[in-house]
Design a protein around this ligand. Structure first.
Ligand SMILES: *Cc1c(COP(=O)(O)O)cnc(C)c1O
Length: 399
């Protein structure tokens, strides 16, 4: 580590809450699939800010949209209309095949919004008795960091010390339709799930699971709510992960790549009979749907569609996985993934390997202790994957 690195790291450590354990790399520039540190070393970004950078760092078209809008109008609040929110809502609805959408900022905020929408629907439409609505969630879920959301996490590090937990959440096993059906009661308003569990270690449910839970939710009059914040917008090789089984949820939560990494933008898209329950004053956000965010969101979605990023992710993801599968190292348990969301599960802690990868020019982060996640921007080319793979192979082989 250079003295320059150390200077910035010491500042973070001295003045910042120690709520992250970052790799000792200080970045100052990004372009496409690459980032550079303060010493001028180049790295492949194999995390993409947890899939917020599907379009790559500083995509010129998204940056241009942001710059143009910065010179015009940035914030109106929702006390007035602006000329950009409507077009973004329309595009989100077209892509998700939903009727209406609402814009928020962080992913956790959109999850909170979906929870409120499901509860409102539960009371007003399903006629669940007051304060009795239940939402079913999955073991090892990750939906964000607010007090309510961590209250239904199964990771003690996420919830311990933050009680009391918000009531009304029931945990079931992930990937099992049986487990879902037996948890449904007449008070169940919704089922909140990730179509592929990213933070839990890139866990893929059995084929047919999405279709099965769709059928169960319809059968029992329960809203199906997919958190596609990480899996959506091309990451898994389809525009949305639910598209792999041609399933349309009742609510979809988006975030991360909705801005291409320029700005926090999130959304919930749903049927109009659900969304219309948010009458004036029922919900809101000062920055949600602001003109700057909307222009960035529109440009970010345009890049995903125009550059055919889902199709690219499907092809390059398969290629990347096939290369990783050729690694014959006894400490590798499994290589799995969908599109460009890939997990390499090890038989030992992944952190030292991530440190070795960083020294070789590959930035990746361990998730759930023993899994290395590889999730580069979807703009990565075959040749770049080949180059990155050579660096990964030498880092893992000679450690
Ligand atoms: C990142 C993430 C969130 C939370 O988003 P924030 O913007 O960090 O609040 C929620 N759900 C999933 C699946 C995520 O990956």
């Amino acid at each position: 580590m250079s003295r320059l690195d150390q200077r910035f790291i010491s500042l973070d450590e001295r003045y910042g809450a120690p709520n992250y354990h970052p790799l000792p790399v200080v970045l100052k520039k990004g372009k496409g699939v690459y980032v550079w540190d303060v010493n001028g070393n180049r790295y492949f970004d194999m995390l993409s800010a947890y899939s917020a950078l599907n379009q790559g760092h500083n995509h010129p078209k998204i940056v241009a949209a942001a710059k143009a809008q910065l010179n015009r109008l940035t914030l109106t609040s929702r006390a007035f209309h602006n000329a950009l929110m409507g077009p973004l809502l329309k595009e989100i609805c077209r892509l998700t095949r939903q009727d209406k959408a609402i814009l928020m900022n962080s992913g956790a905020e959109a999850v909170e919004t979906a929870i409120k929408a499901m509860r409102l629907w539960g009371y007003q439409v399903k006629k669940i008795p007051k304060d009795r609505a239940e939402i079913i969630v999955c073991r090892n879920n990750f939906h964000g960091r607010t007090t309510t959301i961590v209250g239904f996490s199964s990771d003690p590090n996420s919830y311990e010390g933050f009680g009391p937990k918000t009531p009304g959440f029931i945990e079931i096993e992930y990937g099992s339709g049986k487990s879902l059906e037996s948890a449904i009661t007449s008070n169940t308003c919704g089922f909140l799930f990730e179509p592929l569990q990213g933070e839990a270690g890139v866990l893929i449910p059995p084929t047919g699971y999405l279709k099965e839970i769709r059928a169960l939710c319809s059968k029992h009059n329960v809203l199906m709510c997919a958190d596609e914040i990480q899996t959506g917008l091309g990451r898994t090789g389809k525009l949305f992960c639910c598209d792999h089984e041609k399933v349309r949820p009742d609510l979809m939560i988006l975030g991360k790549a909705l801005s291409g990494g320029l700005y926090p933008i999130s959304a919930v898209a749903a049927r109009s009979d659900i969304m219309d329950l948010f009458t004036a004053g029922k919900h809101g956000s000062t920055f949600g749907g602001n003109p700057l965010a909307s222009s960035i969101g529109l440009a970010a979605l345009k890049v995903i569609v125009e550059e055919r990023l889902p199709q690219k992710a499907a092809a390059t993801g398969e290629y990347f996985r096939s290369l990783l599968q050729t690694l014959k190292l006894d400490f590798i348990q499994e290589v799995r993934g969908k599109g460009l969301l890939i997990g390499v599960e090890l038989k030992k802690p992944a952190r030292p390997f991530c440190e070795a990868l960083a020294k070789n020019g590959i930035l990746a982060k361990e998730t759930h202790e023993k899994t290395i996640r590889f999730a580069p921007p979807l703009t990565i080319t075959r040749a770049q994957i080949q180059e990155a793979f050579n660096l990964i192979r030498s880092a893992l082989s000679y450690r």
